[in-house]
Design a protein around this ligand. Structure first.
Ligand SMILES: [Zn+2]
Length: 328
């Protein structure tokens, strides 16, 4: 229903495409959307710019009970198809690949968390089965293909809803922050990591009143190893790979402090996510890399240092502390 509404918003300047990613176990289709701007002209320069736009990969509703994730996705999709100058700039800046509903069977059958096979699909990303977990298998396959052709997304974000925590916040992936939370034998001052993964949530905390940086975490827990954001970070190599959690309750900070969150605020969050991507584009589009690092550091409030990876140690460790037991 909502997809036909989006289709009706299409203009000649908008490239909007609907594909069927796959069929589900229950025989339902899983849509895949592509949204960007049409090339300015057929000149080779414009076609080249069109083809080389960075990709943003978004998904939602792997957990059918998290209805708020779909409201955020609705806000994102309607912003992307809109006529505002910001939406025009965003479409010209990126190609969006979006799977708005990763678990249509669960939604249609009224499940709270599981798929039709009775499994949590956000624990199948390491080794998805094409028969039992087709939406995960094919979403991961598409991401693997994009990485293979050197077109891995700049940002991956899977929208979820949180039943207990307040605010909207992100889970991301950081080796350094995971080491800080663990007893791995490494001197944290020796660990250097590009802090680019913090930029997008930091921008969101500046522009979205419901979003809280303090509620966000970048620790990779062992119990979350087969979730979308960890597998996309580790296997596909996307540095900015996130789960974005939206509260089902309300906020304890910002403009909405003390208030119940509603569909209007969730849709607003979805559009503010788009605006944050535009600001990210302005930062990552800068040619002088050192200048970019400085600007990112200013936003993040800290400074990046040269890199020495302890990834191998970390990934082999079984002793990473789980600082947040909440399910997502
Ligand atoms: Zn979830």
């Amino acid at each position: 229903m909502h997809l036909s509404k989006l289709e009706a918003m299409r203009t000649p300047q908008i490239y909007f495409r609907q594909d069927v990613l796959c069929e589900t176990l229950g025989g339902n289709t899983c849509p895949l959307l592509t949204i960007t701007a049409m090339p300015e002209s057929k000149s080779s320069d414009h076609i080249c710019q069109f083809r080389n736009r960075p990709l943003i990969f978004l998904s939602a509703r792997v957990h059918p009970g998290e209805t708020n994730a779909s409201w955020v996705m609705k806000g994102t999709l309607e912003f992307l198809m809109g006529s505002s100058p910001l939406a025009v700039s965003l479409r010209e800046a990126y190609i969006f690949k979006i799977v708005p509903m990763l678990n249509p069977d669960g939604v249609i059958n009224g499940n709270h968390r599981c798929s039709l096979s009775g499994e949590d699909l956000n624990r199948q990303w390491q080794n998805p089965n094409p028969e039992l977990h087709p939406t995960i298998y094919h979403t991961k396959g598409l991401l693997q293909y994009l990485a293979y052709i050197q077109r891995a997304p700049l940002v991956f974000c899977d929208y979820h809803g949180h039943s207990r925590k307040k605010n909207v916040f992100m889970y991301g992936c950081s080796v350094k922050e995971t080491v800080w939370q663990s007893d791995i034998s490494a001197t944290s001052s020796d660990l250097h990591e590009d802090l680019g993964y913090r930029t997008l949530p930091k921008i969101l905390s500046q522009i979205a009143p419901a979003f809280s940086m303090a509620s966000s975490s970048f620790v990779v827990e062992r119990s979350k190893e087969s979730t979308a954001r960890v597998v996309v970070w580790r296997e596909i190599g996307v540095k900015r790979s996130y789960t974005m959690e939206s509260t089902l309750c309300g906020c304890d900070q910002g403009k909405y402090k003390g208030l119940q969150i509603g569909t209007r605020e969730l849709e607003e969050m979805g559009s503010q996510f788009c605006m944050a991507l535009l600001r990210l584009k302005r930062l990552t589009g800068l040619r002088n890399h050192q200048h970019l690092l400085d600007m990112e550091s200013d936003i993040i409030g800290t400074h990046t240092k040269p890199v020495r990876s302890v990834m191998k140690n970390l990934l082999q460790s079984h002793r990473v502390v789980c600082t947040n037991q909440a399910k997502y």
